[in-house]
Ligand binder design. Structure first.
Ligand SMILES: Nc1ncnc2c1ncn2[C@@H]1O[C@H](COP(=O)(O)OP(=O)(O)OP(=O)(O)O)[C@@H](O)[C@H]1O
Ligand SMILES: [Mg+2]
Length: 263
């Protein structure tokens, strides 16, 4: 385990931010010169205090905004300011209350021009795999919080790219459901062959899920643009189960390093 190492990641990262400087209004800089990488098949987490600019970064990585400076690379290709190149889940799950679950999860397919019947046929077989068997015809209000998040993640997956960004995906859930969901999520990312960047406030969650945790520090509302204060690599080599990992010295050491970088 190491802090601040860039490491010898020889292969092209699935996603890279290079020197991103971002503003929400084109004038005030929220984050300055942020660089990070997500390797193929890797889960990285971005941790920072409320208001430090995490969502601002996610929007830029998703191509929803254009940076003042810097660029976003997807498998080495410049995709700065191009939406639709990575999948993303916004800070709220945003399931539409007036649409059944099947129509909610099919939204990205329908928006991209696929017929409703074909979209349903594509999504239906995935319901069991996402722990949503039998919920197709239900309304969002009839699902538990965890089920809603899994539906939102299925919808994100159906955006169809291998790189996925999630903004506080589990923050609205109760503590026990969160623990179950983070374990489920790590398994799904591996099973589906995705690369993921997860934004979270929760240091335990970040250390549990990520192979590397990026720490964002600063106070943009006080005129201090945020920056990546460090990167903590999490070493699970030799671990037999994720459950046990939370009880290990390695987990606590990584957690302490993240806390120190948060300031
Ligand atoms: N539309 C806006 N109007 C005013 N300020 C904004 C706007 N959008 C973002 N900001 C400011 O930019 C900064 C970063 O916001 P951002 O939403 O990226 O933070 P965050 O780290 O995601 O916070 P949280 O953890 O609470 O979700 C904050 O100081 C916020 O007040
Ligand atoms: Mg946010």
């Amino acid at each position: 385990m190491a802090t601040g190492e860039k490491g010898a990641r020889a292969t092209v990262p699935a996603l890279a931010a290079q020197g991103l400087t971002l503003s929400w209004n084109g004038v005030e800089v929220v984050v300055g010169d942020v660089s990070l990488e997500v390797g193929a098949g890797e889960i990285c987490c971005l941790v920072g205090r409320s208001g430090c600019g995490k969502t601002t970064i996610l929007h830029a990585l998703a191509g929803l905004t254009t940076p003042l400076a810097g660029r976003v690379l997807l498998h080495g290709q410049d995709v700065t300011g191009q939406p639709g190149r990575v999948s993303y889940m916004l800070q709220k799950d945003l399931l539409l209350p007036s649409r059944r679950i099947i129509d909610n999860v099919c939204l990205p397919l329908v928006v991209s021009g696929m017929g409703r019947a074909e979209a349903h046929a594509r999504a239906e077989p995935l319901f069991g795999r996402f722990g949503l068997a039998g919920t197709q015809r239900l309304w969002p209000s009839e699902l538990s919080g965890g089920m809603r998040q899994r539906a939102a993640f299925l919808r994100t997956y159906l955006m169809g790219t291998d790189v996925t960004l999630l903004d506080e995906p589990f923050s609205a859930l109760d503590a026990l459901t969160r623990v179950d969901m983070r374990r489920w999520f790590v398994g799904m990312v591996g099973e589906l062959g995705l690369s993921a960047l997860v934004i979270t406030h929760d240091v335990d969650e970040a250390v549990f899920m990520a192979s590397r945790v990026y720490v964002l520090a600063g106070a943009p509302s006080a005129g201090e643009a945020s920056h990546v204060s460090g990167e903590v690599a999490v070493d699970r080599a030799g671990m037999s189960s994720e459950e046990a990992f939370e009880l290990t010295d390695e987990f606590l050491i990584a957690k302490r390093r993240v806390m120190a970088l948060l300031g």
